[in-house]
Design a protein around this ligand. Sequence first.
Ligand SMILES: Cc1ncc(COP(=O)(O)O)c(C=O)c1O
Length: 183
Amino acid sequence: LTVQNRLYLDHAATTPVLPEARTAVAQALDRWANPSSPHADGRASRAALEQARRDIADALGWRHDIILTSGATEAIAIAAARARVAGRSFSATEHDAVGAAMGSEATILPVDEAGAVDLPQLRAALSRGPTLVAVQQVNNETGVIQPLERAMSQFLIDILAVVVIGGLIALIYIAVLDSMRWG
Ligand SMILES: Cc1ncc(COP(=O)(O)O)c(C=O)c1O
């Protein structure tokens, strides 16, 4: 097998960026002034940053805060810390960063032989009270698409945070049943 005819089959983990994304990153790097500085260059950086937040919100259809972080571990930790509910659950196939953020008391939800989270177990976890649930929309190793839409229509759960990892398709949806509180 030569380099030319190799097939890359790990796009669920990471995939090349679109040309538009490459251009946007290059433009952002050229805007190097501190967005917290009050001078003209700083204000221009701030305006670009806020525009980026609006663009992300529009692309995701998201009406709440957009928090930009250095990576997924930080994002997951912030989401877990801000959910003011006692219950914590995550699927058995989540990244280690999720387990670290959710803590040792959290319920680990089993997955079936296809890698999809077990919905009756998810329902059981949610029935024990307001619960923060972390399940990736798409698993970064197996590529399995989790039945989150079915879970949402069946169990009345709401998405409270969407953690987007470097623009990948692997999203982590964090959901809480009913009377959720979010700080
Ligand atoms: C699904 C998933 N979650 C979390 C992480 C941790 O991300 P980071 O290294 O940006 O903290 C990764 C990294 O590969 C990941 O694939």
